[in-house]
Design a protein around this ligand. Structure first.
Ligand SMILES: [Zn+2]
Length: 101
């Protein structure tokens, strides 16, 4: 059975971008973030958005998911969209611990 979830990007440059991913084989949030960004990259590249690709490259390491855990994403059947953001101000995990972005 495929577990499909919807992810959105929340940031000034790519806000509104939404993609559905099959998450069965993901074990960490970092893997999901990388997959979402890869889809965005493919989309941008397919239309030759060179400036936006450069922006994505320079911001790449800042993107994270802070509002859910990997368990939430794998187990939650609510159909919620999970957001990938790049805001330094929300660099905390769900337990309120500081994380590196
Ligand atoms: Zn955040």
């Amino acid at each position: 059975m495929y577990i499909e979830r919807q992810f959105g990007i929340s940031c000034p440059n790519f806000g509104g971008y939404v993609v559905k991913l099959v998450v069965n084989n993901f074990n960490t949030l970092e893997q999901i973030v990388a997959a979402v960004l890869e889809q965005l990259k493919v989309t941008l590249a397919s239309h030759s958005f060179q400036a936006l690709l450069a922006t994505l490259e320079s911001e790449y390491s800042r993107y994270h998911i802070h509002s859910a855990t990997i368990e939430d994403i794998l187990l939650d059947e609510s159909g919620d969209t999970y957001y990938v953001c790049n805001h330094g101000a929300c660099a905390r995990d769900v337990s309120g611990n500081n994380i590196t972005v």
